[in-house]
Write a new protein. Structure first.
Length: 653
């Protein structure tokens, strides 16, 4: 176990302009927030956010009453989040680069200042308004990583409308489900995305997804200029409506608790849930965490290489950095294009000071060899972040030693789509780090662990990670299904927030997240429900039943192991396997893929018909010796057949 402590690099601590520089001061801040959360967060939000009407109310409601009413923060305040992200910077930072864009090809670079971004957003807001977009309407954004995607988010927010960004890897079926679920009547897309030289047919996917739906307008940004279908009357060209629009726009005033966006994420059962984040609390949370965790400074060149289709992109490419007046990178390509040195070339090219990525990328790049890192000058780097899954100490040590040359703070940030922003993480300039630990919680994040018997774990130990108190960034509800929100997050360890993650706390009070304990798998930092894979598999005629589990994968974090039962008389052929892959690609998207199929005569079920996933997980992990209590199995012979036929899936760690 790597319990070695890495102190904050001296240079980072000494030069920090942030007032918070000691662990004691940080603990004191947490104590303040615990003692009087309303006063603490009202003071933070009034300093951080350009309110139209500054709030006087802090938290309203509680986890105990969440079934009756979502929690609210700053409920009597009014604002438009884009004024905090754009307008108020014009006087002091108008000429500062807001968005630094690097395209799929490394020589494609755009620098957009705060003044330019403000004008682009105003124009787009006027254009969308002319199409009939109003406060409260939902707008789906299905685009690649281009500056206009950020403009589309901000323009929607400026109208008080609600965006739902759908990751460009999702299939037309997934996109269609989301358009229907949120009732969007406008979709913003582009002709094609570009990643690693490959074209992604976004507009064609939108066309297919919207067949027969009441979508009034599809706004299409020309990017590759590849051919696209055109529905007269419905489809409009982004440039044709945005360019002539006025660059002045009076932002629509919103209540603090008006929805800002919906973001869909996978759970352990059923279809993806649309988590709803609201304006005031969310913006306060991402501004606070982005500044403190990354030790943000005015001259930083900050890069988060996530996609805006995920929460990391929302909070730490768009809203947190722009609220803080930072220069934020928008990166269109992949870590491997044109080769495994792309990230580090980018560090040298733009003198990046903060770099934020996922462990899966680090493991892949470490395997490609240190020469790809060492060829670039990385002396500008000060802070290196990770997010999305547990980081194994080996990858942490590599990031710290090879990428950061031992000079940089590593911030391992634990959080979720539901939490809005970072919850447990070191502060770059403050918290001594341990490889593999997300370290200590933010103010108002009060974690506790629950053991198998449902008792709280005191002191060092392991259990299910729960959070005791509402913090400003928590998602308020599931779109259209508050009951599902309540039962998923507050019904497991009532009345507290249940994260779905397992966790260990060590003798220093540091938290070590061990991964999901529910039926969510995390492949390369992408959250997917096993239920989604299973429903795609059983929609293939020849497949009678299926159960999907994750297994430890040396590169991707988790790999996908599928057990399948075929219909009587059917053989498992290469053709059937292809049909299974196709069905998953069609119903979820290209980023979802099974690594290994095992044909089994039946699934291990209890007498009441519940699949015993624990057994299937153990076999997929290569550890079938200790399967635990099998006494409730309906047919024990099935387990022998499963063990006999077990496969070694690729890259099992
Ligand atoms: C931000 C994001 C959330 C799940 C979460 C965890 C896992 C995320 C870490 C982590 C260990 C981390 N949102 N997770 N960050 N596990 N250490 N630093 O990823 O909604 O897509 O996923 O990701 O299991 O519950 S998410």
């Amino acid at each position: 176990m790597h319990d070695d402590i890495f102190p904050v690099p001296e240079g980072t601590r000494q030069r920090s302009p942030n007032p918070l520089t000691t662990l004691d001061a940080w603990r004191a801040m947490r104590a303040d927030a615990q003692h009087d959360p309303d006063a603490f967060w009202l003071a933070e939000t009034r300093r951080r956010i350009a309110w139209r009407t500054p709030p006087t109310l802090g938290l309203e409601g509680s986890f105990r009453d969440i079934g009756e009413q979502p929690v609210a923060w700053f409920a009597d305040g009014t604002l438009n989040v884009t004024e905090s992200c754009l307008d108020r910077h014009l006087a002091t930072r108008g000429d500062k680069v807001a968005i630094l864009w690097e395209g799929d090809e490394p020589d494609q670079v755009r620098r957009i200042t705060y003044a330019e971004l403000h004008a682009m957003v105003c124009k787009a807001a006027n254009a969308l308004s002319d199409l009939g977009v109003r406060k409260g309407h939902r707008v789906i954004i299905y685009m690649g990583m281009v500056p206009e995607a950020v403009v589309a988010m901000l323009a929607t927010a400026r109208l008080g409308a609600v965006h739902s960004v759908v990751f460009g890897g999702f299939s037309s079926d997934s996109l269609r489900d989301r358009v229907i679920d949120c009732g969007a009547r406008v979709v913003i897309t582009m002709d094609e995305g570009l990643r690693g030289g490959r074209k992604i047919p976004l507009k064609a996917t939108v066309d297919h997804a919207c067949l027969g739906l009441d979508v009034q307008h599809v706004v299409v940004l020309r990017h590759t200029r590849g051919p696209v279908g055109w529905v007269e009357g419905r489809d409009v060209d982004w440039h044709q409506i945005v360019q002539p629009a006025s660059a002045e726009h009076r932002a629509v005033e919103c209540a603090a608790e008006d929805p800002l966006f919906i973001l869909y994420t996978s759970g352990s059962t059923g279809k993806p849930k649309g988590l709803v984040h609201t304006c005031g609390g969310y913006l306060t949370w991402v501004s606070f965490t982005h500044q403190h965790v990354f030790d943000l400074r005015e001259d930083d060149v900050y890069a988060c290489v996530a996609d805006i289709g995920w929460i990391t992109g929302h909070s730490y490419i768009v809203y947190g950095p722009l609220a803080n007046g930072a220069t934020t990178l928008v990166f269109e390509s992949t870590p491997l294009y044109p080769d495994a040195g792309r990230y580090w070339d980018m560090v040298e090219r733009h003198k990046l000071t903060i770099f934020y990525t996922a462990p899966t990328a680090l493991r892949t790049l470490a395997a490609a060899g240190d020469a790809f890192v060492e060829r670039s000058n990385r002396s500008s780097l000060r802070v290196l972040g990770t997010v999305g899954e547990p980081i194994n100490p080996g990858a942490w040590i590599w990031y710290h030693g090879v990428v950061g040359e031992g000079r940089c703070s590593i911030v391992d940030t634990w959080w979720q789509t539901e939490t809005g922003g970072i919850c447990i993480a070191p502060l770059a300039a403050v918290t001594p780090q341990k490889p593999g630990s997300a370290t200590l919680p933010m103010p108002s994040i009060e974690p506790f662990l629950v053991d198998a018997r449902g008792d709280r774990v005191r002191g060092p130990g392991s259990g299910l990670l729960c959070l005791e108190w509402p913090w400003p960034g928590i998602a308020r509800t599931v779109w259209g299904d508050h009951e599902r929100y309540v039962s998923t997050y507050f019904g497991q360890v009532p009345p507290y927030y249940f994260t779905g993650d397992g966790c260990r706390r060590d003798e220093d009070g540091y938290f070590w997240i061990t991964g999901r304990v529910d039926d969510v798998i995390n492949v390369s930092g992408h959250r997917m429900g096993t239920a989604e894979f299973e429903s795609a598999l059983v929609s293939v005629d020849a497949i009678a039943e299926s159960a999907v589990v994750g297994y430890p994968h040396t590169m991707k974090g988790q790999g996908v192991y599928a057990y399948v039962v075929v219909q009587p008389g059917v053989a498992w052929t290469a053709e059937l396997e292809r049909a299974a892959h196709d069905s998953i690609r069609t119903s979820i998207g290209a980023h979802a893929r099974v690594d290994c199929f095992q044909l089994v005569p039946g699934l291990p079920k209890t007498r009441s018909g519940k699949v015993m996933r624990r057994i299937l997980r153990k076999v997929a992990e290569g550890d079938p010796s200790n399967l635990g209590d099998l006494s409730t199995l309906a047919d024990p012979s099935v387990v022998d057949a499963i063990i006999d036929g077990a496969l070694t899936p690729p890259n099992r760690g």
